[in-house]
Design a protein. Structure first.
Length: 299
């Protein structure tokens, strides 16, 4: 069963102030002491950051730069083939560098003039209420580490490639940037953590892994698909179901594999009406009604 914390490796600080990122045993970098130390170093920089300060400047290594360059090169043609048009338009307007990993402030300097969004540094997991709530202010928490260099086209957790190449371009679009913001406003109206988890799953199956029919073709608008070289090649062959808020908000799924079940809208307008409409009318009472419907259907 999905838990938000599974997305990120735990980060701890001991009594001496040393920060450690704890990678799972099957993580690509688990047996690489250099990579583990690097992850902890980058996490420590995020933990030391204070609101109002510039985002930490990470001096990315040659290996990390090579990963960024590889992913940018491999995803370029895939985006042209599979991404929704708004994403492609935003990608051209934002103009992220393909030769080096940008700092979060560099990303903000490109996205904020277009749509008002800024990036904030995160060491790893940000509490649900904080992460989703910050979207209301057009603030997006992002990790700054890069996936392991031996597997540049795969990551078991969200790295800066996912956060920037996936979400960054969406935040620069009129439609999907606004849906992110509406999710934030909805979160701030919720008091029950279980209802926030329901919202986070609707977010997952839409803004992370959403698909839509555009110009007669199935295309992706979810950041998880658009930042994954492997998944973007496979998503059209998955089980595509109509948008269903009850099902989306209560589904269990495995985050360590390609998503076998995706939710398809028949148009961008349907995404706005169904997903955006959900965010706009969300309250604890509304989500509890949806959750009750799910329980009744399961009997």
């Amino acid at each position: 069963m999905y838990e938000e914390a599974q997305l990120y490796s735990p980060v701890t600080t001991d009594e001496s102030g040393e920060v450690t990122v704890h990678l799972a045993h099957d993580h690509p970098g688990a047996n690489d002491p250099v990579y583990r130390a690097r992850r902890s170093e980058i996490a420590a920089a995020a933990l030391a950051w204070r609101p109002g300060d510039p985002a930490p400047t990470i001096a990315y290594t040659e290996a990390e730069q090579n990963v960024w360059q590889t992913v940018c090169r491999e995803l370029g043609s895939k985006h042209e083939r599979y991404a929704v048009h708004e994403y492609l338009d935003a990608k051209a307007r934002v103009g992220l560098p393909t030769d080096h990993v940008p700092s979060l402030d560099e990303v903000s300097s490109r996205v904020e003039p277009i749509s008002g969004w800024r990036y904030l540094p995160a060491a790893g997991l940000v509490p649900l209420e904080q992460f989703y709530g910050s979207l209301a202010d057009r603030r997006f928490y992002s990790t700054q580490y890069v996936r392991h260099p031996e597997v540049p086209l795969y990551t078991p957790e969200p790295d800066i490639i996912h956060e920037v190449i996936g979400h960054g371009h969406l935040l620069a679009t009129p439609t999907f940037g606004e849906l992110h913001r509406l999710a934030g406003l909805a979160t701030r109206r919720l008091k029950d953590i279980e209802n926030i988890r329901f919202l986070s799953k609707v977010f997952w199956f839409s803004l992370e892994f959403g698909t839509v029919v555009e110009d007669g073709e199935l295309r992706a608008y979810g950041a998880g698909i658009l930042s994954s070289y492997g998944e973007i090649e496979e998503f059209r062959g998955m089980d595509h179901r109509p948008l269903d808020l009850v099902e989306m908000g209560t589904a269990d799924y495995d985050i360590t594999a390609y998503q076998p079940v995706l939710y398809r809208a028949e148009s961008i307008q349907e995404v706005v009406e169904v997903v955006g409409g959900f965010f706009e009318r969300t309250s604890d009472e509304y989500i509890e009604g949806l959750r009750s419907s799910a329980k009744a259907m399961a009997r």
